[in-house]
Design a binder for this molecule. Structure first.
Ligand code: AP5
Length: 212
């Protein structure tokens, strides 16, 4: 299957993508993760992206499109993949279609802005294996360390309240038009994000017609 996870920053795309990826044995491609890794490794992409990410703005379309084009041509994507955080603009969606990618479903996770702002303060991430936790809703069994690899957990540079507000504004202006774009193509399914992760997972699997 080829699936896109759409939704505002912090709606739970990465969390659900990780579960569906394991269930369907297909990789998740998170453009945000790849860009953050490029920033850590100080690659040319990372150098361009660093300031934009920290301000809550999008990285230029051409750079992200090339990144995805290369990634989906790799062997592990032959049987399908999940795109988490791509496309984020109409231009990116058109480029994906021009790559000949036939998407099976676009899962739009809806969470209100107020709930997102409340949630983001508690997110903790592992910079080594990319696992995501929440201090209240999804704590690591190892407290302040990652339960998968033991690395110390951290707060993402773009999770400060001002940057989250800016990311939401960018989302509504540049990414939300994709809901109509994919709805018109008959691909959009909307899942209302729930208080409990497992409830959102159940609704996501139902929307994808995948057995729990
Ligand atoms: P990216 O990394 O994609 O960030 P995002 O879209 O803002 O999404 P997040 O990763 O913040 O949130 P999420 O929806 O995955 O939520 P999560 O599962 O972590 O992009 C970062 C930046 O990179 C962008 O701002 C941009 O600059 C750049 N970029 C990336 N892609 C790009 C592109 N295509 N074009 C241009 N630029 C691009 O959940 C959030 C928290 O809530 C976690 O703590 C989680 O544990 C918790 N949680 C999840 N579900 C629930 C629930 N049901 N109940 C309670 N808590 C929950």
């Amino acid at each position: 299957m080829k699936i896109i996870f759409l939704g505002a920053p912090g709606a739970g795309k990465g969390t659900q993508a990780a579960i569906v990826s394991q269930k369907l044995s297909i990789p998740t491609i998170s453009t945000g993760e790849i860009i953050r890794e490029s920033v850590r490794n100080e690659t040319p992409l990372g150098k361009t992206a660093k300031e934009l990410i920290e301000k809550g703005e999008l990285v230029p379309d051409n750079l992200v499109i090339e990144l995805v084009r290369n990634r989906i041509s790799q062997d592990d994507c032959k049987n399908g993949f999940i795109l988490d955080g791509f496309p984020r603009t109409i231009e990116q969606a058109k480029a994906l279609s021009e790559m000949g990618v036939d998407i099976d479903a676009v899962v739009n996770i809806f969470v209100s802005d107020a709930d997102i702002i409340r949630r983001m303060g508690g997110r903790r991430t592992c910079s080594k294996c990319s696992a995501t936790y929440h201090t209240l809703y999804n704590p690591s069994a190892k407290g302040e360390c990652c339960e998968k690899c033991g690395e110390k957990l951290s707060v993402r540079a773009d999770d400060s309240p001002e940057t989250v507000k800016k990311r939401l504004e960018v989302y509504h202006r540049q990414t939300q038009p994709l809901e109509d774009y994919y709805n018109d193509l008959g691909k959009l399914v909307t899942v209302v994000g729930q208080e409990k992760l497992e409830d959102t997972t159940r609704l996501t699997l139902e929307a994808l017609k995948v057995n729990d």
